[in-house]
Design a protein around this ligand. Structure first.
Ligand code: UDP
Length: 320
């Protein structure tokens, strides 16, 4: 098949491109290299089944042509990373909302199947453990960047859903929970690459808040395999799926684990949220996905433990 991946040079997009090419498909990656990087796809350079188009998902004429000539669209292009969206709220809103609308409109024009990537940020401050796809969203003020991002991604979901309901665009929606692995950068706030880099340099590990907040981390390789299986599954159309791990760890404990695995002499440094992000910043204390829906449909289960994920990233960073 011919596949278009928006954000194809990003962290997740580059792993998806690689996996699809290994499966014998033809991939065009559209990426404006704002957070995506050429190095992410350098191993695919020269491969006749891969093409990188450096441009924005907001370029209507280009997106029109690319959607027309591909069979399926994976829409991953987005402004992501809590620090990035707090620093650049306008870009985050326009890329996320207008970009998705453009892709869905073109998918409608040319009758193409599309997978829209959303986020666990959708659930906001709902700390009920395992979050199910139809659970309530609990959000703070839309004037706080984090919640405006959550809302922008919710608009993406709504657009995908109504394009399916009203215009028959075969759309699949996924909510990704803390996806990590080689090539992820800490530059936009993501905790795991940051802690690993700090530990390898024996620098202070920057734990925000009390460190008692917890997350579940899933390996990007497990995620991209799930995305490919979902796009192949007719029953996934018009549905939303959580994708993530259920191995929960507090951020403080994560810092300790990383220090142990890397045999680092780093110490933990606690930084208040308002210093790390902005005045009035609100974090979520817990975020665990209920993955029974995707498990039932395609048998999804993460294959990497957290310790294996950390070791994999450590060996990748050391090689760089
Ligand atoms: N975090 C931290 N130190 C950092 C970066 C992040 O303690 O240098 C915390 C952050 O406040 C949050 C958790 O780690 O509680 C996960 O952050 P990340 O941005 O990776 O993901 P998200 O908040 O979207 O789950």
């Amino acid at each position: 098949m011919k596949l278009l991946i928006t954000g194809g040079a990003g962290f997740i997009g580059s792993h998806l491109s690689e996996e699809l090419i290994n499966n014998g498909h033809q991939v065009i990656a559209l990426d404006n290299l704002s957070t995506g990087r050429l190095e992410n796809v350098s191993q695919l350079e020269g491969n006749s089944r891969f093409e990188l188009v450096v441009d924005t998902v907001l370029n209507e004429n280009l997106v029109d042509k690319l959607v027309e000539k591909n069979d399926v669209i994976f829409h991953l292009a987005a402004a992501v990373g809590v620090e990035l969206i707090v620093k650049k709220p306008l870009e985050s809103l326009t890329t996320n909302i207008k970009g998705s609308e453009m892709i869905l409109e073109m998918a409608h024009r040319y009758h193409k199947k599309v997978l829209i990537t959303s986020t666990s940020e959708i659930y906001g401050k709902n700390t009920n453990g395992p979050l199910k796809e139809d659970d309530d969203r609990i959000l703070g003020s839309p004037l706080k960047s984090r919640w405006s991002y959550s809302t922008a991604k919710a608009v993406d979901e709504m657009l995908a859903y109504v394009y399916w309901k009203q215009k028959n665009v075969p759309a699949v929606i996924v909510r990704l929970f803390n996806t990590v692995g080689p090539r992820q950068t800490g530059a936009y706030g993501m905790v795991l690459p940051r802690f690993i880099e700090q530990a390898l340099k024996n620098k202070a590990i920057t734990v925000y808040g009390t460190g008692k907040q917890s997350r579940c981390f899933v390996h990007v390789k497990d995620v991209v395999k799930a995305l490919i299986r979902l796009i192949d599954e007719p029953k996934a159309v018009g549905e939303v799926f959580n994708i993530g791990s259920q191995e929960e760890i507090s951020i403080e404990k994560l810092a300790r684990e990383i220090i142990k695995i890397t045999k680092s002499s780093s110490k933990i440094k606690y930084i208040p949220y308002e210093k790390a992000y902005e005045e009035g910043f609100e974090d979520m204390q817990r975020r665990i996905p209920d993955i029974s829906k995707i498990n039932k449909l395609i048998g999804f289960k993460p294959t990497y433990t957290l310790a294996e994920i950390i070791k994999d990233i450590v060996s990748y960073v050391k090689k760089q």
